[in-house]
Design a protein around this ligand. Structure first.
Ligand SMILES: Cc1cc2nc3c(=O)[nH]c(=O)nc-3n(C[C@H](O)[C@H](O)[C@H](O)COP(=O)(O)OP(=O)(O)OC[C@H]3O[C@@H](n4cnc5c(N)ncnc54)[C@H](O)[C@@H]3O)c2cc1C
Length: 178
């Protein structure tokens, strides 16, 4: 991004590394991460230059968890990442949290005399869609990180599929209406 007051460049890099929860969930500002530069050593020089450019990195740990069942109890429920953290490979964590909020508000408005029933209705209405988004995010993660011949086959498939067919595969996601 750039403007009259200066410029700002945001770089994101995803590194597959399984860690235990705990310290890993802290968001840390790290100095230029040599480990990160090393991990992308085989990439095109422009990509490596982008990765080497930031003076600090902010670390986000990625979380995934099957939807708990039940998902709430009595007058308590969850929405967004608290209910269904998802991997970033569908870019939908925030979108699903907003959809959750929309549906939750509508359920509470419809059933204001019994909030616990409204919360169970909300959970029922959101379960399948959130699970589908989580599933697709996991699958995209696997596809994006293919290597060698499998990566070539993926690239060819995407090319043959074409932009509009590719977009149509996501109609279920982007055509959603409350
Ligand atoms: C690098 C990155 C890129 C992303 N890109 C996208 C994207 O392109 N599209 C998309 O849809 N999603 C994206 N996401 C995911 C999205 O940011 C999250 O899914 C979304 O923010 C979840 O919203 P939430 O309200 O559930 O949780 P959060 O945004 O985590 O909000 C929870 C809030 O609760 C506060 N909190 C925690 N504990 C307490 C407490 N005890 N008391 C009071 N407050 C508390 C926290 O400080 C926080 O403000 C991205 C995430 C990351 C890390």
């Amino acid at each position: 991004m750039s403007g009259s007051k200066g410029s700002f460049l945001k770089t994101e890099a995803a590194v597959a590394k399984v860690e235990l929860a705990g310290e890993a969930c802290l968001r840390r500002i790290e100095p230029l991460c040599r480990d990160l530069v090393a991990r992308f050593a085989g990439w095109h020089k422009d990509a490596r230059a982008l990765i080497a450019a930031p003076q600090t990195w902010q670390r986000w740990s990625l979380y995934d968890r099957p939807l708990p069942h039940p998902w709430g109890a009595g007058p308590v429920t969850l929405l967004g990442d608290a209910a269904h953290p998802m991997l970033p490979f569908l870019a939908q964590g925030g979108a699903m949290a907003i959809e959750d909020a929309t549906v939750l508000a509508a359920c509470l408005a419809r059933q204001s005399e019994d909030p616990a029933v409204a919360l169970r209705n909300y959970e029922g209405l959101r379960r399948r869609r959130n699970a589908r988004a989580q599933h697709n995010a996991r699958r995209n993660g696997r596809v994006y990180h293919l290597k060698g011949p499998a990566a070539l086959a993926r690239d060819l498939t995407l090319k043959l599929m074409g932009g509009s067919n590719l977009l149509r595969r996501y109609d279920w996601l982007y055509d959603w209406r409350p």
